[in-house]
Design a binder for this molecule. Structure first.
Ligand SMILES: [Zn+2]
Length: 579
């Protein structure tokens, strides 16, 4: 391509609305433009990058034996009503009606549609297993779309669904997708961790997330550098605490006027924070309008993990109870609650509290606390659950080494669904003995546009994007300093043509711009290599080759350029290869 005839409108100014590097750079480098909140147009450069990621995904899906299909974006409400998700999905689903008043959704995901397809086309064990996938726009009406394509309302996703005869087959299909995902993200040049995750609203029991590590990530990944254990912070566990060796001391009631927080209690008594416990009240709902007040006790300096609490209770949802609800149920003034003599709420202990001794806790009385409260003696010793949020420094649940933690961007997720959808929709098959059985499913997603953003989050500098060759919009830009100069023009045109003929993806910056502008744009867009055709080097029969990632420049004879570039590109591709 010649940039004089290309639509790549770069921006010199920082776009005001962009909060993270990928969002800023996708706008500045002319990859995309905003149309509405969370909705973007992709320009030619952005489209090329998306297509490259899609192609990597497609190759790995095909290699894993998955079959590509195209399912509709506009989905009839009836299918969603069959699984109960028309109600469950809530306001995130874009809904519309046709001219006859029939209701539809813009597909946020495709379990219903694909299961409907399979129930109508698969009937025999001979037709299984099968994995179907598609690469398509998805729609989610996010409350607060932000970070560009990271949390958009329209985005490109690869979704796949596996159908198997039995659990063993489902595990095999899951494993095949898991391995395909590792290959996809390695080929895209991402640094990522595969983590154990909570299955959330989709259901199912077994799931992993693929997290690209990046400061701007909204998720947190915890992992063990020694044994490789890794989990989403929502799911992360740590080694159980050792039982305290302390002797129980006598329970004391202490006046603590005005003390409302753990920090104030630590300062007032004084006491180690490791000997304080706090109680957190949640309203847990179980469906059918059933709700209960729950009191979770964790160490004073710990955070409660709401996902763990929800799972421990088997609740559909938990939310922090308000002051009014707590006071009404327990009779204790807000902020003074403690586990000793607590009424009106179901008590749950975190493992650390159950294993500890001599806790300082609220006395359920304004301006009083208790010291040396002990589980089993002063308050119930259970039920005990792992409720706290785990973080850097906590001991690994498998080997005990101190864990590390970093922010991450979820770029992919794999789920074992079991029979959740096949039972709801009646997707069954006949086995060898002619018995009807439900099909076992898995579902697998990759955020394609989000992967593009994650690559930029990991690979950029102050001047712009630093693409890996595998997903760069073009591999090389040829920049003549003065294209109007006949000698430069002749060499630039020739290199452009020869590189193209050699199979290199090349653009020629033949615009009538100052060289500084062209260099800045080349850095901003992030072509992995820049070939500069300038008067000084050309006088020696040379051109300059600059590697974007390192900014290192070398002079090469014009005749050597094509071969040298091909060598470098081959070496770069080898680094990203998964063979
Ligand atoms: Zn470990």
């Amino acid at each position: 391509m010649r940039l004089s005839q290309y639509l790549a409108p770069t921006l010199r100014e920082e776009p005001a609305e962009a909060e993270i590097p990928s969002h800023r750079l996708m706008l500045r480098a002319g990859l995309m433009r905003k149309v509405a909140a969370g909705i973007y147009t992709f320009l030619p450069l952005g489209t090329r990058v998306i297509q490259k990621v899609e192609q990597i995904v497609r190759e790995e899906m095909n290699r894993a034996g998955a079959l590509e299909v195209r399912l509709p974006i506009v989905q009839p409400a009836e299918l969603w009503q069959e699984t109960g998700r028309w109600e469950e999905y809530g306001p995130e689903m874009f809904r519309l009606s046709d001219r006859h008043g029939r209701l539809f959704a813009l597909g946020p995901t495709h379990e219903e549609i694909v299961t409907d397809l399979v129930r109508n086309t698969v009937s025999s064990y001979r037709q299984l297993p099968v994995t179907l996938y598609q690469i398509q726009n998805k729609y989610r009406d996010e409350v607060r779309p932000r970070f560009g394509v990271m949390r958009a309302r329209e985005f490109v996703m690869k979704d796949a669904y596996s159908f198997d005869r039995d659990e063993e087959g489902m595990h095999r299909s899951y494993r095949a997708m898991y391995e395909a995902y590792e290959r996809v993200f390695r080929r895209c040049g991402l640094e990522f961790r595969v983590v154990e995750a909570d299955s959330g609203a989709i259901g199912g029991s077994y799931t992993h997330e693929f997290m690209a590590l990046a400061e701007s990530g909204e998720a947190e990944v915890v992992w063990c550098p020694r044994c490789g254990y890794a989990a989403d912070v929502e799911k992360a566990e740590c080694a159980p605490p050792a039982p305290s060796a302390e002797a129980m001391r006598p329970l004391e009631r202490v006046a603590t006027p005005g003390v409302r927080t753990i920090q104030a209690l630590v300062d007032f008594l004084p006491i180690d924070v490791e000997h304080t416990a706090k109680i957190l009240f949640y309203a847990a709902s179980y469906g059918g309008g059933r709700e209960e007040l729950v009191a979770a006790v964790v160490r004073g300096d710990r955070m409660l993990n709401e996902v763990k609490l929800k799972n421990a209770l088997g609740a559909l949802q938990v939310r922090m109870a308000d002051q009014e609800e707590v006071s009404r149920a327990t009779g204790a003034p807000f902020g003074s609650a403690g586990p000793v003599g607590l009424k009106g709420a179901r008590l749950l202990l975190d493992r650390e509290v159950a294993a500890g001794r001599n806790w300082a806790v609220g006395a359920n009385e304004e301006d009083w606390h208790l010291r040396n409260a002990n589980p089993g003696r002063d308050f119930p010793s259970g039920p005990i659950h792992d409720l706290r949020l785990v973080g850097a420094g906590d001991p690994c649940p498998r080997c005990g080494a101190a864990m590390e933690s970093r922010a991450g961007i979820e770029v992919g997720q794999v789920f074992e669904l079991g029979t959740k959808y096949s039972e709801a929709l009646g997707a069954t098959y006949y086995d060898e003995e002619g018995r009807s059985r439900p099909i076992l499913m898995g579902c697998y997603g990759i955020g394609v546009t989000r992967t593009v953003a994650a690559v930029i989050e990991q690979r950029h500098d102050e001047a712009g994007i630093v693409w890996p060759v595998s997903v760069a919009p073009f591999e090389v830009v040829v920049v003549p300093v003065h294209y109007a100069d006949p000698a430069q023009r002749e060499v630039a045109d020739r290199l452009y043509r020869e590189l193209g003929e050699a199979g290199v993806e090349v653009v020629l910056d033949d615009r009538d711009e100052r060289s500084g502008v062209k260099f800045n744009d080349a850095d901003l867009v992030g072509y992995p290599y820049r070939v500069t055709v300038g008067p000084k080097a050309l006088a020696r029969g040379e051109v300059e080759l600059t590697r974007r990632a390192t900014r290192q420049t070398e002079s090469l004879p014009v005749e050597r350029l094509v071969a040298a570039l091909r060598e470098r590109l081959a070496a770069d591709r080898a680094v990203l290869s998964v063979e």
